[in-house]
Design a protein around this ligand. Sequence first.
Ligand SMILES: C[S@@+](CC[C@H](N)C(=O)[O-])C[C@H]1O[C@@H](n2cnc3c(N)ncnc32)[C@H](O)[C@@H]1O
Length: 237
Amino acid sequence: MPIDEKRGQIQGMFDAIAAHYDCINRWLSLRRDAAWRNALLVALPCSTRMTILDLATGTGEVLLSLVADKYANNFVVGADISVAMLRTARLKIENEGKEDCTALTMAAAESLCFADNTFDLITVAFGVRNFSDRDAGLAEMYRVLRPGGRILVLEFSLPENGFIRSAYLVYFRRILPFLAGLISRHPDAYRYLNRSVEEFPESGVFSARLKAAGFQRIALQRMTFGIATLYIAYKTH
Ligand SMILES: C[S@@+](CC[C@H](N)C(=O)[O-])C[C@H]1O[C@@H](n2cnc3c(N)ncnc32)[C@H](O)[C@@H]1O
């Protein structure tokens, strides 16, 4: 399928589920999603004033955590292709009074509208898997990150332990799409979720793609039996 067409489909899917996205995430991950996003905060550099890109920002969950309380001096730009997800993010930003330290833009990861070396840090939570051209997205992230900066990529993965993996796949393939479909009335979006996670490269292969894009000092942290993985990688020069 041509890349633009694939991106259009993904955009339409997230537009359709935006209204229920946060609620479904909370319940179907048994509130683990907040803990996974929190791991991003633990991996932040010590600097108290950063210009950050939260790519595939969605409803702005990560973006808002990056300007909360002790991070109040950060400036975070959220970029996404879905108007409806960005609209929800805008409402949440307004509710929390964070308009001065955030900005939202409609932009695709594969062609970012920022100058080279703009950001101190780039975060992407559960977004990379959806890029229609993943290598192009990683290359763009590398381009707009300043030398010395790091990226934090949080993504779903599959448990390595065979028994846990089998049990998880029953939940992921059958129960989750059924329940999420009932709530959102878009079961296809949640069938796409499990397909895209199962198709996402395993950690060694994805780390190699990060390296091919130019990133170095690549490290990873598996969470909750390997259901989610956090990748940390640097642009060293
Ligand atoms: C699963 S949501 C994650 C949202 C948010 N980061 C979070 O942690 O909840 C994936 C987001 O990626 C966005 N997205 C998909 N493909 C994209 C692309 N090529 N460029 C930018 N955003 C994209 C979708 O619109 C959606 O909002």
